[in-house]
Design a binder for this molecule. Structure first.
Ligand code: KG4
Ligand code: ZN
Length: 334
């Protein structure tokens, strides 16, 4: 069967085709990063308008690229939430109306489940049960994934998400928005000159807190004025050391507590090179299996929604063509 996946929850319009026999056969993406950079964050109204502008041309491009036709589709999966309501409505409207005209089912998808299942787009795939570290611009969660659809959030952020901390610290260093990848690149030319706090690293629970770390970056930036390139690189290095130490320490703690031997990392911050390297050496040292999506599928994309649709299709199908998006939606409420 052939499933079209549509992602439009925030600032990326992503579409993909997933074939149950041959896997992912094509994907296309328009990132709105340049549009929102000017404002230092995502502007919801501009996001919705850009989704409207790009979604149908992208759909045409996807079919051309894969030599498929709209009539080849057997189902359409789309992000139902959580996310920006106007942005979600664009993807949902296209999905539901197209499905209605073709008389095929739709599969509404939870955006975080898409991230969770993105490592299944790779050849080397995890097996249930596993621990998932989901680190994006909006979330920092440790999830005990018992099986498809059975998710327990065992750790969460008490304030800022990991990606948010990366973005805010990057902004303090003058790196623009979103700055996670730029900060990470800058850190490669820094060294261990400063040390920053590692919030909750030794706490008894599995929660995170990153707002204090961001404030510590702010104080260091103020103290070290005027900032030259070397100082900036050293601050980026210290920030990345702290945040990746906290994330990796909590992963190890969660694996031990839940007696799990498989860790799946997903979400935009999962693209971070240092986080990946630290987890790889921990996996060797502590003998657990480690799975990541490829870099292009760490950030928001249509492929993760298409594969989540493929998994979900086996569980339930929506044939009503009635829809509502869910801007606020807990993963445990699926
Ligand atoms: O998953 P995603 O595309 O969107 C959300 O659902 O939030 O994640 C975006 C986040 C941004 O905060 C961005 O700065 C961060 O992922 N990010 C990174 C890297 N690449 C993207 N953070 C650290 N290192 C990176 N290489
Ligand atoms: Zn996301």
């Amino acid at each position: 069967m052939l499933i079209l996946g549509i992602e439009s929850s925030c600032d990326e319009t992503g579409l993909a085709l997933y074939d149950s026999e041959s896997g992912l056969i094509g994907h296309v993406l328009n990132s709105q990063v340049d549009l929102h950079r000017l404002y230092g964050g995502v502007v919801p109204e501009l996001a919705s308008r850009d989704h409207i502008r790009f979604i149908l041309p992208l759909l045409d491009e996807l079919f051309k690229k894969t030599n498929k036709d709209v009539t080849d589709l057997n189902a359409i999966a789309y992000t139902k939430g959580p996310g920006l309501s106007g942005a979600l409505l664009v993807g949902a409207s296209v999905a539901e109306s197209l499905a209605m005209s073709l008389a095929i089912p739709t599969i509404p998808i939870h955006h975080l489940e898409g991230h969770l299942l993105s490592p299944f787009l790779e050849n080397n795939q995890p097996e249930f049960p596993f621990l998932a570290l989901l680190v994006s611009g909006g979330h920092s969660q440790l999830i005990h994934v018992r099986e498809l659809g059975n998710y327990e959030i065992i750790g969460d952020t008490l304030d800022d998400a990991a990606g948010e901390a990366f973005d805010k610290s990057a902004q303090l260093l003058g790196l623009g928005y979103p700055g996670g990848a730029a900060l990470s690149k800058l850190a490669t030319s820094g060294s261990s000159f400063y040390s920053l706090p590692k919030p909750l690293i030794s706490s008894d629970d599995l929660n995170f807190s990153f707002s204090g770390l961001k404030t510590a970056v702010l104080n260091l930036v103020k103290k070290e004025q005027p900032l030259d390139d070397a100082k900036k690189a050293n601050i980026a290095y210290a920030f990345q050391e702290s945040i990746t130490d906290v994330l990796t320490t909590k992963c190890l703690k969660a694996l031990k507590e839940k007696n799990l031997s498989c860790l799946v990392v997903s979400g935009g911050v999962g693209a971070n090179r240092q986080l990946r390297d630290k987890l790889k050496s921990l996996a060797e040292e502590h003998s657990f299996q480690l799975f990541f999506p490829s870099l292009e599928f760490c950030t928001d994309n249509g492929a993760m929604i298409a594969i989540a649709g493929f998994f979900r299709h086996q569980l339930s199908i929506n044939k009503n063509y009635e829809f509502s998006v869910k801007p606020k939606w807990k993963l445990t409420e699926i």
